[in-house]
Design a protein around this ligand. Structure first.
Ligand SMILES: Nc1nc2c(ncn2[C@@H]2O[C@H](COP(=O)(O)OP(=O)(O)OP(=O)(O)O)[C@@H](O)[C@H]2O)c(=O)[nH]1
Ligand SMILES: [Mg+2]
Length: 434
């Protein structure tokens, strides 16, 4: 793995413990990548084992001295723990080590802060950071602001602290209001798409799996692709025309990472709602990753957490160019329905198969709703009866006909296509998905 080495990164000591009593991150390499992604320059990596974290300082006395030694030897400015630290543990460690201490949540937040590009993304990151800070507000907030990146551990007086708390609260409230507004706009956009019966297909998956590369390949867009964690933070959407199914919206989303702190998942809910409301999820997997099964499980966990666990999924095994003897192919279940596609987003091999599989999966999906047709559209009514799509019908006094329909999405799009754009066409009102 080749991550961009920061030119003048903060010198950091990394600490990763194996804890038998706590479910903790198990891939130290990923931790190092996260630290590099944040712009740190790791100078020492300290490992250890404990049955349970020390309540006061997370690590024991001996380990603390070892960390202290590394900090002094390398002149490190920062110690990063691959764990969640309680506010008091973080404080105690800073006091003992006399240098800044960051935990896994703080580290990920820092990366998010650097990557957010849209207005909404920035607001979300700031909100998550402020909330993270609020639990740690003992040294004071403005004080932390001032000494960003520096060393300095003495806390402000009581009054300063109270002011900080109030400022923090006000800032959180104001961001929450702004986010609420963005959220409502999104919701409106989703409704409009749903009315138009356009399917939304969301790319989800572990960070660095190749979602953005695939997105660009399928849309000719130019989304930021980097060999770094969390290259994409904001959802990006594009309209794509599919043969036989018609239009769909393709969405690229933030990558997942294991042990993504719960609070962070909450913070990115709005963004991830885009995924949660998708018609179909494309779960992109780096097929060349040794621990890909484990990573897939982690992704499923996050999906469940954002209520997207039950959405239809098509697995995309990406990067097959890195595998020996792997050909692009569609994998089908016993009923012949596409379940997975093996491809290379980078070379483009197998991307046609993916489009084919997506078209099949979307085409077989059933939609229901109410269609109102004009008297002169009796041919359309007859066509709907021919394919057994009509469940109920009702004539209005003006001669319009209300048809209650249940039919495959592809049939609906095909039959309504000739009327698209006109004012006199049939009106379609889909039923809300449960
Ligand atoms: N060899 C190979 N590399 C690929 C392929 N697809 C993507 N990559 C590389 O994998 C890295 C990550 O790609 P991205 O598309 O940024 O991954 P992502 O899933 O969007 O990552 P995040 O936005 O961080 O979640 C980049 O260096 C890509 O060039 C592929 O098919 N083969
Ligand atoms: Mg991306």
């Amino acid at each position: 793995m080749f991550f961009d080495r920061p030119e003048s990164g903060e010198l950091a000591v990394l600490v990763h413990l194996e804890l038998s009593a706590v479910d903790s991150p198990d891939d130290p390499r990923e931790f190092e990548e996260l630290a590099l992604s944040a712009g740190a320059d790791p100078v020492a990596f300290i490992f250890g084992q404990r049955s349970a974290p020390d309540p006061k300082s997370f690590v024991g006395r001996g380990k603390l001295e070892e960390i202290q030694g590394a900090v002094e030897e390398h002149g490190a400015e920062l110690v990063i723990f691959d764990h969640s630290l309680s506010p008091s543990q973080e404080r105690n460690l800073e006091r003992e080590l006399r240098c800044r201490v960051l935990d896994r949540t703080g580290l990920i937040l820092d990366i998010f802060a650097q990557r957010a590009r849209t207005h909404e993304g920035k607001l979300q990151v700031e909100l998550a950071q402020l909330r993270h800070m609020a639990t740690r507000l003992v040294r004071g907030w403005t004080h932390l602001e001032r000494q960003k990146g520096g060393i300095g551990l003495r806390g402000p007086g009581e009054t300063q602290l109270e002011t900080d708390r109030r400022l923090l609260r006000a800032r959180i409230d104001s961001i929450e209001k702004k986010l609420e507004k963005v959220r409502r706009q999104r919701e409106q956009g989703r409704r409009a798409r749903s009315r138009a019966e356009v399917a939304t297909v969301s790319l989800v998956g572990y960070t660095n799996a190749g979602k953005s590369t695939l997105f660009n390949r399928l849309t000719d867009a130019d989304v930021y692709v980097r060999d770094q964690l969390f290259a994409t933070l904001d959802p990006t959407m594009r309209r794509v025309e599919l043969p036989s199914v018609g239009a769909m919206i393709l969405a690229d989303t933030v990558g997942f990472v294991s042990h993504l702190p719960h609070r962070l998942v909450q913070a990115f809910r709005a963004t991830l709602e885009e995924a949660a409301s998708a018609t179909l999820l494309l779960h992109v997997v780096d097929a060349s990753a040794e621990n890909r099964l484990h990573l897939m499980e982690e992704v499923q966990n996050v999906l469940a957490e954002i209520d997207a666990g039950d959405l239809p999924q098509l697995v995309v095994y990406n990067k097959i160019d890195l595998l020996e003897d792997s050909e692009p192919r569609i994998e089908r279940d016993d009923r012949g329905v596409p379940r997975a596609v093996w491809l290379s987003a980078a070379s483009g091999a197998g991307c046609d198969l993916l489009i084919e599989a997506v078209a099949e999966r979307l085409g077989e999906q059933m939609v229901s709703g109410l269609l109102v047709t004009r008297p002169q559209q009796s041919r359309l009514r007859a066509q709907l009866y021919e394919i057994n799509a009509v469940q109920d019908e009702h004539f209005r006094d003006n001669g319009d006909c209300e048809l209650q329909l249940l039919l495959p999405r592809s049939d609906l799009q095909r039959l309504l296509a000739p009327y698209a754009g006109g004012d006199e066409g049939p009106r379609w009102q889909p039923e809300e998905r449960p």
